[in-house]
Design a binder for this molecule. Structure first.
Ligand code: FAD
Length: 288
């Protein structure tokens, strides 16, 4: 039994924002998180269920002179099929390539992945590596308003974001990385493409003269949200990328993470995975 009294199918961001003003509205995009959560009793729908899939202009990838705007309804398959994502944002492309099955990828949206705020969400680490921002729309008065929030401030806890109830996530923005920016994504799961991550790592930085600058390291499934790893980043920033630096950075990451033991892995095993896999990724960058 559901308590849904109204089913809303907005065609524009304005209509959706208007519908959200009433409060107690559950938003559904691909439904790949929402539906299982509802069926298992983890969540209850609000009085209205809003299907946002038909909103115009919220799906697709636009590459402008400054960077990327990825509509919130863009699916994981859309990301995989994009030559620009593959060549310019390879960590996001690799995360999409390790994301669930074809059926799930066809329905799952980038906006749903962020709003669901799982500590193991696969798009989060690459998007933190690219310092992505999310665009939120609402209609508190007569006109639609937008606010832009760094992703690092949007993800606040397991299943929790800084999105207000009346806000719709409409897009993700990413500045174009400089040409010498290298980035990678690694996911470890028992069956990496089908399982939720046991751990995941995103790594990015500008490679110049054997060093990495503007280093971003993001790690998933080791804390209440996917996190940046400031100790590991400081151990790498501007240093010659040799074996000593790499081992120091991998060891420093241990101070950034707070993993738990659960059905997928123990705290100890997650720490070992992070150290070994970060080291392997850095060696790849060093020799690449
Ligand atoms: C079998 C299976 C395998 C999976 N494997 C993976 C995996 O490998 N990696 C991974 O990261 N995830 C995985 N998932 C989880 C899920 O597929 C993703 O999180 C997906 O991206 C969610 O997107 P969606 O469009 O289906 O979201 P929905 O289920 O429609 O919504 C998720 C949440 O976000 C809210 N929401 C959605 N869009 C918006 C918006 N634009 N504005 C505001 N709120 C919004 C909804 O209200 C809901 O709370 C898996 C799920 C299943 C069932």
């Amino acid at each position: 039994m559901t308590n849904v009294e109204r089913y809303l199918v907005p065609r524009t961001i304005e209509e959706a924002s208007e519908g959200l003003r009433g409060g107690d509205v559950s938003i559904v995009a691909g439904g790949t998180d929402l539906m299982p959560q509802s069926q298992s009793g983890k969540i209850k729908f609000g009085a209205a269920l809003m299907n946002i899939r038909r909103i115009e202009g919220m799906r697709g990838i636009v590459r402008s002179a400054n960077g990327f705007r990825i509509g919130a309804l863009t699916t994981i398959t859309d990301l995989l099929d994009s030559p620009e994502i593959r060549s310019e944002l390879p960590a996001l492309w690799q995360a999409s390539d390790h994301f669930a099955s074809d059926q799930i990828r066809n329905a799952a949206t980038i906006g749903g992945n962020l709003c669901n705020a799982s500590p193991a969400g696969d798009t989060h680490a690459p998007l933190l590596v690219y310092a992505a921002r999310v665009v939120l729309a609402s209609k508190p008065n007569a006109a639609v308003q937008t606010r832009i929030v760094p992703l690092s401030d949007f993800l606040v806890g397991p299943g929790k974001t800084s999105r207000a109830a009346g806000e719709l996530l409409t897009a993700v923005e990413i500045d174009a990385p400089p040409p010498s920016f290298v980035s990678k994504y690694f996911k470890f799961g028992t069956r990496p493409a089908l399982d939720i991550s046991t751990i995941s790592i995103g790594l990015g930085g500008v490679r110049e003269e054997g060093r990495l600058r503007n280093v971003h390291v993001a790690i998933g499934a080791v804390a209440p949200t996917v996190i940046r790893a400031p100790h590991a980043e400081a151990a790498l920033e501007g240093k010659v990328l040799d074996k000593t630096t790499i081992q120091a950075a991998a060891a420093a990451a241990d101070h950034d993470i707070r993993p738990i033991s659960d059905v997928r892995a123990s705290d100890w095993y997650r720490r070992e995975l992070v150290r070994n896999m970060l080291e392997r990724m850095l060696l790849d960058v060093c020799h690449g």
